[in-house]
Design a protein around this ligand. Sequence first.
Ligand code: TZP
Ligand code: MG
Length: 223
Amino acid sequence: MRPKRKLLTNPLKSMKFRISGIYLITESRPDLLQRVRTALQNGVRIVQYRGKGDFEEDLLILACKLRALCREYQVLFIVNDDPALALACKADGVHLGQSDGSVARARDILGGAALVGVSTHSVCEAVEAQHQGADYIGFGCLFPTLSKRDTVSASLEELRRVRAAVTLPIVAIGGIHLGNAALAIRAGADAVAVISAVMQADDCAAAVRDLSKACQGESSESL
Ligand code: TZP
Ligand code: MG
């Protein structure tokens, strides 16, 4: 049976929830919830639940717990890949890879107010995502990463071209850490998506604070 259509609020439409700063993507780990809470307390602006490695039967439970946590801190909550899971846990939206179905299909499942993000790796994909009606795009993989296999590399130069080609918020991704986050922001990204730099940091709170600081005050004009 098709899931019931549900209208989600779209906080992006209020400036309060502009896509900026640190976009945290989760990874499977025993201290997941505590770590995400610490990250939220220290300034993460958006959380994406990426359930790779989690047991199928835990996906909805974890998604609901993360959803509740994000609501507590009034932070956007996005589910990776799966509009049906996003609907079931009442997420603010879904993030789609190039092979996760169209923006229109995700909206059909989630309702028109849901946020839909799309992963892109080139100007062409970015323009197409905007044309399809995405709310933001991910762009990368900018730097080497151990968090995902089979990544498509994308340069800072291409990010500058994407910035010039689309008006959508851009979330830079791939191997971003304290030493290179500002480069991505200066090249035109509105936010940086990180997994390991926060999920594997010895001091998660300091990692989020330092990354946020590194992103603040940077802009595409300052290069
Ligand atoms: N998509 C492109 S790179 C990547 C994803 C999900 C992994 C990013 O992880 P990290 O640890 O921040 O490099
Ligand atoms: Mg995907």
